[in-house]
Design a protein around this ligand. Structure first.
Ligand SMILES: O=P(O)(O)OC[C@H]1O[C@H](OP(=O)(O)OP(=O)(O)O)[C@H](O)[C@@H]1O
Ligand SMILES: Nc1nc2[nH]cnc2c(=O)[nH]1
Length: 195
């Protein structure tokens, strides 16, 4: 979105809508899951989402973390950077993702978790960029589907910025590549007042 000569991101979900979305997803999970369900967050982007989700679910979750990263050679290949600490065989597992883009990361993660023999496995993703998908992969619980190419906020960064925002916005990656701080003033002006 361009206002005058200053490009600004498009708001996808404001802080209230983010919170409502997390509550809805937590309700969905709570109808299907019971105490002991393992919530696996994918680092680093799922940091805020996971922190909010565990406070909204109505069962006692166990939490663990994984991380993946693309091979430098590219081509959509992804490798596991950090593995779980717990054994998930026979457990109900929910993978908590901030965003699904091409689907390469989620495909690897689903495969990795499935082969360990969980009792059930589902995915809860805050943002689904469906139009960008290169590999079809199931997502059982979706927060918001967006047509944007690139989103920031609520865990999603550009060069380390914007993760700590309570909102989700679409942004122009070319603009961010030119100036990673481009949207900081816009974003910080929208931070909720401190309680
Ligand atoms: O569907 P894909 O194209 O594979 O993209 C999705 C991946 O991208 C994000 O991580 P990111 O690489 O931004 O790392 P970060 O969470 O550590 O910032 C997200 O957490 C997924 O793991
Ligand atoms: N920040 C950010 N990271 C991503 N990784 C994959 N897609 C995205 C996105 O839209 N935004």
């Amino acid at each position: 979105m361009i206002v005058g000569s200053v490009p600004v991101p498009g708001l996808v979900l404001g802080p209230e809508e983010v919170h409502r979305t997390v509550r809805r997803l937590a309700d969905e999970l709570s109808t299907r899951h019971e105490d002991g369900t393992v919530l696996v967050a994918v680092l680093k982007g799922s940091l805020l989402f996971m922190a909010d989700l565990v406070r909204e679910v109505r069962f006692v979750p166990e939490v663990d973390f994984m991380a993946v990263s693309p091979y430098p050679s590219g081509g959509g290949r992804v490798r596991l950077e950090k593995d779980l600490e717990i054994d998930i065989e026979g457990r109900d597992v929910v993978l908590v993702e901030d965003v699904v883009d091409t689907g390469h990361s989620l495909t690897l993660l689903r495969h990795e978790l499935e082969r360990r023999g969980p009792r059930s496995l589902s995915v809860c993703a805050m943002v689904d960029k469906r139009a960008r998908r290169l590999v079809p992969v199931p997502i059982e619980h979706v927060g918001v589907s967006v047509s944007a190419d690139y989103v920031i906020g609520y865990g999603l960064d550009f060069a380390g910025r914007y993760r700590n925002l309570d909102l989700i916005a679409s942004a122009d990656p070319a603009e961010l590549a030119r100036d990673p701080d481009r949207y900081l003033a816009w974003a910080y002006a929208r931070r909720p007042a401190r309680r």
